[in-house]
Write a new protein. Structure first.
Length: 680
């Protein structure tokens, strides 16, 4: 923690301000179930207060929010005083904090050797205490403020996975089991879907849904909610004994029918904890429940006792939080971007904010329906969500923080780039610029799409370069790309002779292509990679596709009336035909008989393959490209038509289906051998 330069008086004022804010947020979170700040912002307020109190211990009061675990329990439930306080955990926000924790543990224990830690996912749910007497569930309570919680016995008894009577034998006469009640992601989605259909209030996240469900005064409602529990420690133990290591206690719990998180691992030392953390970060999205970090606990109970507690948390455990996935920031402006097909997309310009591990300054708002659904105005404080690799999303605005001069967001009547009229179809969410290829934004996007990896795969032709080509008038259509010499390219920003020559070579290399890549690269509305392949599989040559009628086109796999109409319209437009002719003239070519790349054998001609699971030596896209090159059609789902399934690690339902249907299953190792045989 950094040394403060505050005077005592300043520190007192700041601490007071922070306490008022935190108390207010606690009330909103715990009592009203209606938080107005992101969890991470709350954590930061708490950290600031803790830091001031660490520098000025004389300012700590028993009422300070740092001195208790949560907010006051609701009055309507009976109150239960915990026989042993239910502590919360201190937080670590990065690897340095984790190393500091480990160092403090070792210093206190007076050891240089690596300490044994139990690592477990930190569930984002409601901490509860379950009291078993002679194996029978007698009482369930929330943690409340750590000293006093709410009596939720009736509600807890409705949760199917909580045993009313412990199984097996050997349990202590009195045993308090502690754990986290949570709502699995799938149940949460289902619950919200139902609430939406009935026009009822939806829950913001699974944690709130779990809290709301557990707080029902009518336990019949709780009984209908998909709640579950993972148990993670013992409280009171009388008339019996438990093992002397945390992980062994949890193993014992399992034999008594108590649910324990299957991800628990025992490791040695901080580096192994960090490794577990990074492994679980990757696994997080795939878990069926929400977690917000990892808890490391000193495994041996004797050492836990030696380490003891500080005010509200044990010294033997720490919660290592994942970077927050939700943060608040300011919506500074909304601009409108024009896409390849003219679709006009509102884009939020944000005060940069660190969320989900990256700094976010823009987020797509998709379309005006979405803007209306969110009820956004420029000047609003908004919550940004970014999970995993998913693009950041504006999830809601905070009405309480709306300034008086907040402005409405209006769809422009003219294209912001070419000033053509903007159209909005009745049945379509998107608004479109009517400028077509007259609009330089649409031209730029069309060229970027043509050059992209899954289309002509022109190495080194990045977005910035395309922008310059169009702005300088060097390239008007995709065919112009192939007429560029190295010299004009070399004169552009951030380009030199060498990179210009490389680009010219890459352009040349891209001329040898497949018909499917070519069709996809044309950027016909709603014709993605798979549709382009289906068209080629059906017609085999460009002339046949060009002259197909809407009715005929619908005979092709995954082509419906809308896509067929887009295809026909595209091939009816004179300038599109001209560009295609030009492309062929400047040297773009493929094998006329097969539509595939020339000079490549096609041993898998007529076969249908599916890929699933994780591959280690290549990405799934690379595997797919290999299969297409040798003539196979690659589809997304296994059926009786499937020739073979390439199954990587952790293949799931597709593998089962293939096995049931007797479809050939190829492992990654076998695939590598096959690739050598195919000469790719
Ligand atoms: C959660 N929330 O998953 C603890 N927790 O241990 C786990 N919480 C905890 N352990 C002692 N896995 C106090 C809180």
């Amino acid at each position: 923690m950094t040394q403060t330069t505050l005077s005592l008086k300043e520190a007192q004022q700041q601490a007071q301000g922070l306490r008022e804010q935190i108390n207010d947020h606690n009330y909103r979170y715990y009592v009203l179930d209606d938080p107005i700040i992101a969890d991470a912002s709350y954590d930061r307020l708490m950290q600031q207060l803790k830091s001031i109190e660490a520098d000025f211990p004389e300012l700590i009061t028993p009422e300070s929010p740092t001195q208790r675990v949560g907010a006051a329990p609701l009055k309507v439930f009976g109150q239960i005083r915990h026989e042993l306080p239910m502590l919360s955990l201190d937080n670590a926000f990065n690897e340095d904090d984790l190393n500091d924790f480990d160092r403090r543990v070792r210093e206190r224990l007076g050891t240089d050797s690596a300490v044994e830690y139990a690592c477990e996912p930190k569930l984002d749910g409601i901490a509860v205490s379950l009291l078993y007497e002679k194996g029978a569930l007698m009482r369930g309570a929330t943690r409340g403020d750590g000293t006093t919680g709410e009596d939720i016995t009736l509600n807890v008894r409705t949760i199917a996975t909580i045993p009313l009577k412990l199984l097996g034998e050997g349990w202590p006469d009195r045993l308090e089991v502690r754990g986290e009640i949570f709502m699995p992601k799938e149940g949460f989605e289902r619950l919200n879907k139902r609430a939406k259909a009935r026009d009822e209030k939806v829950f913001v996240n699974p944690r709130n849904a779990a809290a709301g469900s557990l707080r029902q005064l009518d336990s019949k409602i709780t009984a209908k909610r998909p709640l579950d529990i993972y148990c993670y420690s013992a409280g009171v133990v009388e008339g019996g004994e438990l093992p002397d290591r945390h992980a062994d206690i949890l193993e014992r719990f399992k034999t008594w029918g108590l649910r324990v998180n299957p991800e628990l691992r025992v490791v040695k030392g901080a580096a192994a904890c960090a490794e577990y953390f990074s492994r679980m970060s990757e696994k997080r999205e795939a878990l069926p429940y929400e977690i917000d970090g990892i808890v490391y606990k000193v495994n041996r109970l004797a050492l836990q006792e030696q380490l003891g507690f500080v005010a509200r948390a044990p010294r033997w455990a720490v919660a290592h939080k994942f970077p927050a996935r939700e943060e608040m920031t300011l919506l500074k402006d909304v601009e409108f971007q024009v896409g390849r097909t003219g679709a006009i997309t509102p884009v939020a310009r944000l005060e940069p904010v660190f969320v989900g591990g990256v700094t976010v300054s823009n987020a797509t708002l998709h379309n005006m329906d979405e803007v209306a659904r969110l009820g956004l105005k420029i000047g609003d404080t908004v919550v940004i969500h970014r999970a995993g690799d998913v693009i950041p999303k504006v999830v809601r605005a905070i009405p309480d923080r709306r300034p008086a001069d907040a402005r409405d967001i209006e769809l422009p009547e003219r294209c912001p780039v070419c000033h053509s009229d903007v159209e909005r179809d009745e049945d379509e969410a998107a608004a479109r610029c009517t400028g077509g290829l007259y609009c330089s934004a649409q031209r730029k996007e069309a060229i970027k799409h043509f050059a992209s990896r899954k289309a002509m795969d022109i190495d080194g032709l990045g977005d910035k370069l395309v922008d310059q080509f169009v702005e300088k008038g060097l390239v008007n259509t995709v065919a112009d790309l192939y007429k560029l010499g190295a010299e004009p390219i070399a004169s552009l920003e951030r380009m030199g002779k060498k990179s210009a020559t490389n680009l010219v070579n890459a352009l040349k290399a891209s001329q040898k292509t497949t018909l499917a890549r070519f069709i996809y690269g044309l950027g016909i509305r709603e014709v993605g990679e798979a549709t382009a392949q289906s068209l080629v599989a059906h017609y085999r040559d460009l002339e046949a596709i060009k002259s197909a009628t809407v009715e005929q086109l619908q005979e092709v796999d995954d082509v419906g009336p809308v896509v067929a109409a887009h295809i026909e319209t595209f091939f009816k437009q004179e300038h599109n035909l001209e560009v295609m002719d030009e492309l062929l003239k400047v040297g773009v070519h493929w094998d006329e008989d097969t539509g595939q790349e020339e000079g490549v054998d096609q041993p898998l001609q007529g076969e249908v393959w599916v890929l699933t699971g994780t591959l280690h030596t290549m990405t799934r896209d690379e595997g797919k490209a290999v299969l297409q090159k040798v003539g196979a059609k690659v589809t997304g789902s296994v059926s009786a038509k499937t020739t073979a399934l390439l199954a990587g690690e952790k293949a799931g339902s597709k593998l089962t289906k293939a096995q049931n249907l007797g479809v050939r299953v190829v492992t990654e190792d076998e695939f590598i051998v096959l690739m050598q045989q195919w000469g790719v």
